[in-house]
Design a binder for this molecule. Structure first.
Ligand SMILES: *Cc1c(COP(=O)(O)O)cnc(C)c1O
Length: 369
């Protein structure tokens, strides 16, 4: 049987009764759009983070795009981020009309090189957008110092970092606003698309509620454009409320898988995930690195284990972003790691039997390489 890099079915079997009850609750509520479940989830998700406002939207991409717009960012502005991220981070920035500007990443943690940010700041820079990639946070103290000195917004992309902590603080609580995705594979995943933006700023919250609702503050009257129809679905919101109560357990489950992988693979030539100072990792993906990555993946095919590469192409090398004008070689670490990384099966309900199969197969392959 193929071992998948991600599979929701074991978790669904464990939680079936609760998920069905969530669906039944919404279907019987008499309110299918922006009802009690969206409002409840927004309040509970914000409260989990100790923040005042959460606004549910239709996906993580729009949580970033509308979030940036709610912070006043748009055409003519520059947003500093990384090219080593999921494409939606940059699609969302681009979607606001602002220009994404990239700095390189650290070769050990794959996170934003915060020490390169200051040199990338221009008079047009409006926001710094750290991506808490793979489940651990960017070094926030120096980023905050820069933001204060230059009067910039910090917008956290937390799509991979639900429940992650940085010097004790939760991801999503360290900037002006933060975006989350609830795409099914994420650490907190829905049974379909979903997203949310968190903020403590009343005006940003108000802007978000208007932006996701056609530009309206009350029915049928558009106050201001742009407007979108980007509401979080009521069914997904109720499922997310139930799953939020288990978020800490999901994170524990992922940490246990990561711990077993690290133990089982410690004496191989694979470069295992590195933890940056002050971070509690939530292991959204378990990324390893090897200079002969393609040969390792080829050899693993015989073991029927499916792997993933997060991500095979740096954003600045994609044809869709050619207009940004980055040449190959502009971000050397980003480009090198994209050729060397791959990710192992990772989800909290991954059985120890399957974990051992993955470890055993990798040990065989590495020994024969
Ligand atoms: C998943 C993801 C997104 C986009 O979320 P969607 O819900 O798929 O739109 C954005 N940024 C990062 C880092 C992601 O991993």
């Amino acid at each position: 049987m193929t071992t998948h890099v991600w599979d929701y079915l074991p978790e669904y079997e464990n939680e079936r009764a609760d998920i069905h009850d969530a669906v039944e609750t919404v279907l019987r509520s008499g309110q299918l759009v922006l009802g009690r479940s969206v409002r409840g989830f927004e309040e509970e998700f914000a409260a989990y983070h100790g923040l005042r406002h959460g606004v549910g939207v239709d996906n993580g991409t729009n949580a970033i795009k509308l979030g940036l717009q709610a912070c006043g960012i748009g055409p003519g502005d520059e947003v500093i981020t990384v090219s080593n991220t999921a494409a939606p981070t940059v699609v969302a920035i681009d979607g606001t009309g602002a220009t994404p500007v990239f700095v390189d990443v650290d070769p050990e943690t794959y996170l934003m090189r915060v020490d390169q940010v200051e040199a990338a700041i221009t008079p047009r820079t409006r926001a710094l957008l750290p991506v808490h990639l793979y489940g651990q946070c960017v070094d926030m103290a120096p980023l905050k110092a820069l933001a204060e000195r230059h009067g910039l917004v910090i917008f956290e992309d937390c799509a991979q970092a639900h429940g992650a902590r940085h010097h004790g603080r939760l991801a999503g609580t360290m900037g002006t606003a933060a975006a989350f995705s609830f795409y099914p594979t994420k650490v907190l995943g829905a049974y379909g698309d979903g997203g949310a933006t968190l903020t403590d700023d009343d005006e940003v919250e108000r802007n978000l509620r208007r932006l996701r609702y056609y530009g309206m503050e009350e029915r049928y009257y558009v106050v201001r454009t742009p407007g979108h129809n980007s509401r979080l679905d009521e069914l997904q919101a109720e499922i997310l409320r139930r799953k939020l109560t288990r978020l800490d357990a999901y994170v524990e489950g992922r940490r246990e898988v990561a711990r077993r992988y690290a133990e089982g693979l410690a004496d191989t030539d694979l470069v295992l995930p590195a933890l940056a100072p002050g971070n509690d990792h939530v292991h959204y993906v378990y990324v390893v690195r090897h200079p002969r990555r393609d040969a390792v993946i080829e050899a693993l095919k015989a073991y029927d284990i499916s792997l993933n590469i997060s991500y095979p192409w740096p954003i600045h090398t994609m044809s869709g972003f050619a207009h940004l004008g980055y040449a190959r070689g502009a971000l050397p670490v980003t480009e090198r790691v994209a050729d060397e990384i791959f990710s192992l099966p990772m989800y909290p309900a991954l059985s120890t039997g399957v974990q051992d199969k993955v470890i055993g197969a990798l040990r065989d392959v590495m020994a024969a390489l």
